[in-house]
Design a protein around this ligand. Sequence first.
Ligand code: 6R9
Length: 571
Amino acid sequence: MDMQPIAARPGNHNLANYEEKRASFDWEEVKKNFSWYETGKVNVAYETIDRHAENPDKKNQPALIYSAPDREEVLTFDQLKKASNQFANVLKDHGIEKGDRVFLFMPRSPEFYASFFGILKVGAIAGPLFEAFMEQAVRDRLEDSEATMLITTPDLLYRVPENELPNLKKIVLVGDSEKISERYINYYKETEQASEEFDIEWVDLEDGMLLHYTSGSTGKPKGVYHVHNAMIQHYATGDWVIDLKEDDIYWCTADPGWVTGTSYGIFAPWLHGVTNVIRGGRFTPESWYGTIDKHNVTVWYSAPTAFRKLVSSGVDVIKQFDLSSLRHVMSVGEPLNPEVITWGMKALNLRIHDTWWMTETGGMLIVNYPSMDIRPGSMGKPIPGVEAAIVDDQGNELPPNQMGNLAIKQGWPSMMRAIWKNPGKYESYFINGWYVSGDSAYMDEDGYFWFQGRLDDVINTSGERVGPFEVESKLIEHPAVAEAGVIGKPDPERGEIIKAFITLNDGYEANDELLEDIRVFVKTGLSAHAAPREIEVKDTIPKTRSGKIMRRLLKSWELGLPTGDTSTLEE
Ligand code: 6R9
């Protein structure tokens, strides 16, 4: 879809003049917003929670609004400070020290966030896991990180292979359990008795804060290691990109098992002291629109997979809700289909702003600003303080409009500092002073970046390179198609042919005529060489828990190959 740029809506945007800011930018400027700039005492938990709790004007403001089908709860900054202090005391009593790895394996809940900050307050490193992980996934991560403590719920405990984890000394159970021994700690009993005062462990900006495991295409998941210094970027992007204002009600839909759920579900909003909505429970269009309506959400950060579900659920549902509180909407995790942007303009009367970054980069790098024209399909431009380019395999910069490796000049605050116990892997990200992302993209002559695919997903058909995203975006413009995943299938003649897996919208039935219609639709709408030669209708498209289409898995299934690590596959 060739779409006209969408001009910025007038308004009081935090970053009004992007080009000017970029030209004169110095990270030192951002550092002045932190109390450690004056005091020299660093801990991200202090900056996010305690600092606001110490401010008489803010202490009784809701920090966290927890909303789940069976539970509603509000915690003010003061309450969250006290709850996390209590948990920090419990951790300390049980011997947890600076640098220890403490993992969280439980659904989003007020206890999750209190525990998370408790971990940071003692100077330990937090490792959040998706609650849906099964035994193997839990074992891999606890084993590799040599975690000494795990916080979980009694009903998830059966997925923790305790006997095979010699480093795991203690397990905190959030909920009632029969298990009583030296090894198990009852969250409620012990926090209830703990003091609400705690002396925060002051750390260095370069001390460990988080371990996020991400799956590669092969091998075991790798532990991406982040330090407190990342807060500088979380703060800056919360300001410029999320455009947070003091009285915003913010909702990031991501689970903290995914980096989006920590960097932008925890740090950025609370560094800015805004009210943060946390939703538990499963996705339905009604419950999502209902969350915005009920809590008057003003700023919303979500992912293409969710937006696509909302698009295909139609306009009748949306009409039952009042979404007029929304001011600003963003997306991350996968390329944002132009179709979805069009829907946003119609259904929400708002632009959806795409943002690009990775677990490894710790924070947003290439984004669309509220103050900037959006070119639908483009992920935008680099933030101030960040230099991005397209490079070849030797790390040489390529001219505009040429597809290559999306790369970032080393040295931004939220960059990972290591791959846990794997220095070789860490080194392999860098060429010639560039961090090479593994994504392929091009930059147009005006400096907008356009995503093409993960490098291993790019298709080469009869010598033409085709990004699967382009084809998928065109496919979902067809009225029958709900979701699409596109792969290259080896072909003796063409190198690869394009094969599309699709799911159909309600009311459509798979038959040859429909599939041919879809093929012709892509051919006439995009190009002949991008039209899928094979289309297969599925019930679902395999996705990661963060909503990424698992093209690698589609390909393995297609070719009958081993599926590799599937621990992040959504059920
Ligand atoms: C934050 C996050 C990183 C990979 C990245 C890229 C894809 C993320 C995107 C995007 C196109 C965007 N990705 N944002 N692709 N447009 N706006 O997603 O981290 O889970 O580590 O994934 O996700 O392929 O390399 P992570």
